[in-house]
Design a protein around this ligand. Structure first.
Ligand SMILES: *Cc1c(COP(=O)(O)O)cnc(C)c1O
Length: 361
């Protein structure tokens, strides 16, 4: 059986080239006589892998020298705790609630201090991004927290919130490396890599150096202290070594493709094909307000749960996989990350046209 077009929200599609290279190197990584899975993370060979990965990521994102790049574990969800434990010096933080992941982060932060929900789009099932130009930022807030691309609901911040001088912390799990970013606008950018970069098990944290201190909340475990990992260049303990190696290959692939400016153009082009179809369809409808649409996650519905289920089933039979929407939105969701080729989106739209012709009453 061949490969399908995989529209999964995560773990998600990876570039075929990267998978093939990894397969070629599986038994013998560049003459080392062993797999990357089998080698010491303290070896010269591995040191080169992790250092090169970091350098390529720095090149791709133009990461300033006063930011550290950390390769950690525990998923994006572990950062929900790690961020307040390390950053809540005044025990106050402001959260903008644009979906389940932001809400979970906010709830977790409430365990450690006063976490203010300063804006929310829950009133309309998180189908838009609230106006963040003049929010009631707390004078004592240690940071302002956002989830920049909302994987489940398909919204994305097109402009960053006005934090009134406070440190911005962003979960970018599902838009990581999808377009250029100005890292200097953030205190912390982090994400689990299994959406747009690599295999589950790695979380990348890009953090401004002045935010890395020993002055963390009492009782913070060594492993949950940024300084531990920063001081050890992400090798305090055994890192998710194989996952980092694959991420490194994806960084190389992105560089070869032309970098993040080119990825942005490609992603805009792909998303436009799908959104343009949705906007004229008589059967399918996008669930997000136009201004806030994500380039990565595209939820849509027919308005009839049985018909949605039929669509998902028949799409799968046609080699278009994992189109079922998140249970909280229903309907469908097509995740069209960096590694989804344009041909995949075209195939999806062709299938939707056919389904519409067959099922429109
Ligand atoms: C998937 C996802 C998470 C959760 O990631 P885990 O690695 O499973 O903890 C958090 N935030 C966003 C935006 C996500 O898409």
């Amino acid at each position: 059986m061949g490969r399908v077009y995989n529209f999964s929200a995560g773990p998600a599609v990876l570039p075929e080239e990267v998978l093939k290279e990894a397969a070629d190197e599986m038994l013998d990584y560049q003459g080392s006589g062993m797999s990357v899975m089998e080698m010491s993370h303290r070896s010269k060979v591995y040191d080169d892998i992790i250092k090169t990965a970091e350098k390529d990521l720095r090149d791709l994102m133009n990461i300033p020298d006063n930011y550290k790049v950390l390769f950690l574990q525990g998923g994006a969800s572990q950062q929900f705790a790690m961020i307040p434990m390390n950053l809540m010096k005044n025990k106050v933080a402001d959260y903008i609630i644009t979906g389940q992941w932001a809400k979970k982060a906010w709830k977790e932060a409430s365990k450690y201090g006063q976490a203010n929900a300063i804006a929310s789009s829950e009133d309309k099932t998180f189908s838009y991004i609230p106006d963040c130009s003049d929010l009631p930022i707390d004078d004592n807030a240690d940071y302002v927290y956002i989830c920049e691309n909302n994987t489940i609901y398909g919204t994305k911040y097109k402009t960053l919130p006005n934090t009134k001088g406070k440190t911005l912390v962003a979960d970018v799990s599902s838009c990581f490396l999808s377009e250029p970013v100005d890292v200097s606008k953030y205190g912390v950018i982090y994400g689990g890599v299994q959406k747009n970069i690599g295999p589950a098990g790695v979380v990348i944290v890009i953090i401004r150096e002045d935010l890395i201190t020993e002055d963390v909340l009492p009782g913070t475990p060594t492993m949950l202290t940024y300084k531990t990992h920063s001081d050890a260049d992400s090798l305090y303990n055994t890192p998710p070594a194989y996952g980092i190696y694959i991420c490194g290959k994806v960084f190389k692939w992105l560089k070869k493709m032309g970098g993040l400016e080119v990825m942005k153009q490609r992603n805009e082009e792909k998303a436009k094909i799908l959104y343009d179809f949705l906007d004229q369809s008589k059967l399918f409808k996008g669930t997000v307000v136009k201004e806030d649409r994500s380039l990565m996650n595209v939820p849509f519905v027919t308005g009839d749960a049985d018909l949605d289920a039929k669509f998902v089933k028949e799409a799968k039979e046609a080699g278009l996989e994992n189109l079922k929407g998140h249970r909280s939105v229903g309907g469908m969701r097509a995740s069209i990350y960096n590694a989804m080729p344009k041909e995949g989106v075209i195939a999806l739209v062709e299938f939707m046209k056919k389904f519409e012709a067959e099922n429109l009453k």
